[in-house]
Design a binder for this molecule. Structure first.
Ligand code: IPE
Ligand code: IPE
Ligand code: MG
Length: 254
């Protein structure tokens, strides 16, 4: 992670550098129209395309989308199968567009649970777009914040077994370097569509100081205007990182 918000006060800007979104409400969008839930997921793919385009245009550097949580396996088998099929389809169809837009694709989560074909497509898409640097698009798939913390702990202790005998040496920077998005700054703006106000095991470590934006809009209806509205809301936040408002004003006056 570039800088830890709890170790150093990060630089902020009017446009969030890193936006993380829980794309929720696909099922309810479809049910409202008397369509199967899966129609909502299919429609949601268009909103992903729009969000990538708008973020690229506005100069956002990192966009992270929660596509499938480690708890979503609890859903009916047909829905899980359709979601996997949509993921395969998107990887097959969208990579060329990502290339054109200078997007570097990353997929984070426990990918070992996916069928081999999907794992292969993920590796290919990541390799094909690895040299792009305009926008880093991360898809969190079979991802859970708790999984991330556990896998980081396991990898850290395997790579540096001496830390187990000298735990004082486990500083935030050491631990964070093993998290699955260690290469990205922490999210500045978190958005959840669909009306629920919870984190649902998304980036629980990394969201420590993110601004949290909730909207009732269902994900398939979330377009450029809704994203701009979230950005406008973000621009008006005072990000204090533990300091007082007076301290911030004194700093900007000097
Ligand atoms: C989000 O929409 C997509 C995934 C979790 C894969 P939902 O499918 O959760 O839609 P609702 O919340 O049931 O409306
Ligand atoms: C969170 O949505 C996960 C994704 C959007 C991928 P859920 O619909 O699974 O969350 P809960 O169950 O309402 O908390
Ligand atoms: Mg949901």
């Amino acid at each position: 992670m570039a800088t830890s918000s709890t170790r150093t006060v990060p630089q902020t800007s009017a446009i969030p550098q890193h936006v993380a979104i829980i794309m929720d409400g696909n099922g309810r969008w479809a049910s409202k129209r008397l369509l199967p839930r899966t129609a909502g997921h299919a429609k949601g793919v268009q909103s992903v395309r729009r969000a990538v385009e708008t973020c690229g245009k506005l100069g956002v550097r990192y966009l992270t989308l929660f596509a499938f949580s480690s708890e979503n396996w609890r859903r009916p088998a047909e829905e899980v199968t359709l979601l996997m099929r949509l993921f395969v389809q998107a990887l097959e169809r969208e990579v060329a567009r990502l290339q054109e837009q200078g997007v570097c694709l990353h997929v984070v989560g426990d990918l070992s649970a996916f069928e081999p074909r999907l794992q292969e497509l993920i590796l290919q898409a990541q390799a094909q777009t690895a040299h792009n640097d305009k926008l880093h698009l991360t898809i969190a798939a079979n991802y859970g914040g708790r999984w991330d913390i556990l896998q980081a702990t396991r990898r850290m202790l395997s790579a540096q077994p001496d830390l187990a005998t000298d735990p004082e040496k486990i500083q935030e920077e050491v631990f964070e370097s093993y998290l699955s998005m260690a290469w990205a700054p922490e999210p500045d703006l978190f958005i959840r569509t669909g009306g629920e106000q919870r984190i649902s095991n998304f980036l629980i470590w990394q969201l420590a100081y993110a601004e949290l934006y909730f909207t009732d809009c269902y994900w398939p209806d979330f377009g450029e205007d809704e994203l701009l509205h979230a950005f406008e809301w973000y621009r008006n936040r005072e990000r204090r990182f533990g300091r007082t408002s007076a301290q911030l004003h004194a700093k900007s006056a000097s």
